[in-house]
Design a protein around this ligand. Structure first.
Ligand SMILES: Cc1cn([C@H]2C[C@H](O)[C@@H](COP(=O)(O)OP(=O)(O)OP(=O)(O)O)O2)c(=O)[nH]c1=O
Length: 192
């Protein structure tokens, strides 16, 4: 059985490698990521992970893994910032507050899909202008939900989380391992 990573995220590839899994192919999904009117962050994130998995073509001997990471500030969905100005606006909104990071995972095999979502609470310290500007300048915010990456320099802005660190980075490893096993992927045999 082959594993296809239905994600272009380098973080997800690295997190999978932590499980000893090297995908036989990487097929980044191309779907519309716009939230629906009034859609709440968690259902949005779950829907996107499922739609990504559904959009990836796969053969009978392949398992497809897709995921979505969404930053939620109350009912507000913060996606990947389009530019530095939007990244600044997101970080200013998150500064000194607690938000949620939701990561939903969808695993597809044949015509079945197995799904899980993980919600983590994240506290961001109040950011000084110096911290904000230096982080914006680093460009590390690019391609990251909410405009920050906890695994990079922005880790210095996060004094506390309640939940799963790997989920915040893009793939909750414990839940992902269980989904792969449920779909019949020989995870531990492959890793040894
Ligand atoms: C909050 C946070 C997000 N992220 C990243 C993980 C995801 O790659 C990205 C959220 O965007 P996603 O839409 O979940 O994923 P993606 O566009 O990178 O890849 P694909 O759709 O092909 O799977 O934000 C971090 O790396 N660190 C963090 O702390």
């Amino acid at each position: 059985m082959k594993l296809v990573l239905g994600s272009g995220s380098p973080r997800r590839r690295e997190l999978l490698a932590q499980l000893g899994v090297v995908p036989s192919d990487i097929r980044p999904p191309d779907i519309d990521e716009d939230p629906r009117r009034g859609e709440l962050p968690r259902p949005y994130c779950v829907r996107l992970a499922r739609e990504k998995a559904e959009a990836i073509p796969c053969a009978g001997d392949e398992v497809v893994l897709s995921a979505d990471t969404t930053v939620a500030l109350g009912r507000r969905i913060l996606g990947k910032p389009a530019d530095e100005k939007e990244a600044a606006a997101f970080l200013t909104a998150l500064s000194g507050r607690r938000h949620r990071v939701i990561t939903a995972v969808a695993v597809k095999h044949g015509d079945r899909i197995w799904e899980r979502d993980v919600v983590t609470q994240v506290q961001m310290k109040p950011l000084s202008n110096e911290e904000l500007n230096s982080y914006l300048q680093s460009g590390d915010w690019r391609g990251k939900a909410g405009g920050y990456g906890i695994q990079g320099p922005a880790g210095a802005f996060i004094p506390w989380i309640n939940g799963s660190f790997t989920a915040v980075v893009g793939l909750p490893l414990s839940e992902t391992a269980n989904l792969l096993l449920a779909a019949g992927y020989p995870l531990w045999k492959e890793a040894s």
